[in-house]
Design a binder for this molecule. Sequence first.
Ligand SMILES: Nc1nc2c(ncn2[C@@H]2O[C@H](COP(=O)(O)OP(=O)(O)OP(=O)(O)O)[C@@H](O)[C@H]2O)c(=O)[nH]1
Ligand SMILES: [Mg+2]
Length: 275
Amino acid sequence: MTGEWFPGHMAKTKRLLTEKKKEIDLALILLDARAPISSINQYLNEVFIDKPKIYLLNKTDLADPEITQLWLDYFRETNQQVLTINAAKGSGLRSVVKAAESTVLNSKKKYVNLGLKNIPVRSAIIGIPNVGKSTLLNRIMNKKSAVVQNKPGLTRNLLWYKVNDHFKILDTPGMLWPKFESPETGYKIALLNSIANYIYDPEKVVDFLLQTVSQYYPEKSQMYFNNCSSWIQFMEGHDVDDTAKKAEEIINDFRTLKYGKITLERPEEIINTED
Ligand SMILES: Nc1nc2c(ncn2[C@@H]2O[C@H](COP(=O)(O)OP(=O)(O)OP(=O)(O)O)[C@@H](O)[C@H]2O)c(=O)[nH]1
Ligand SMILES: [Mg+2]
């Protein structure tokens, strides 16, 4: 899964965003609260290096709330603006609009000081496929403007939406990057349903899931996986013909909360690798 793959439309999106950069005042970077660091697209962040950014941890209803709090602390301690939201339900959105406005007005202080009114706030929503960008946009617009579906790669165009006279939002296609840093990053992206399922090996993905659950959620590991921390170990106790299909089922059960709220990575992992 670390091999070569990168759909052409993603490279095109980066090029188009680079071209549109002058029209964008702020990047709203949507992350999946179940794996906030693995869902940061450094490849795309390069485009927005000199722009104000707000990180939004989405799908908080699916993540472990205690770990979400640790992630909020982590982002704040590293001086990055961050908010938690649940785009599907629409919670936390007022804070997003407010934060976007004040961040942009702050960055355009000289115009504000000149007494100019209705200074435009043009935010681009960016993030990996299926993280909830179009859902967030629809919620902010308060109507179904953009197409939403639980499958990666739905939005294919960059489109501006007008929230009010001075507030505009750009919906963008989900983007990944040409090569995952590590196989684990790929497994997490697969679990989040942000990559087409023919690209990954479900058994490797579940092997990673079992390892993670056994490390961070021993009670769940006991309850659902007989304390197995690997796919081979788990399969030893099961008589299954189609092991890939069984693995897909487990992935689906993870996504639909059958095992409860599981967060796949923790700030301590980063702090440990920085040492
Ligand atoms: N549980 C939960 N589901 C969410 C949340 N936000 C979005 N979703 C769901 O995630 C799926 C993908 O949402 P989209 O808004 O289409 O995602 P996108 O980022 O626009 O996806 P692409 O256009 O493919 O890049 C849909 O099934 C949404 O209902 C959330 O906060 N919680
Ligand atoms: Mg979309």
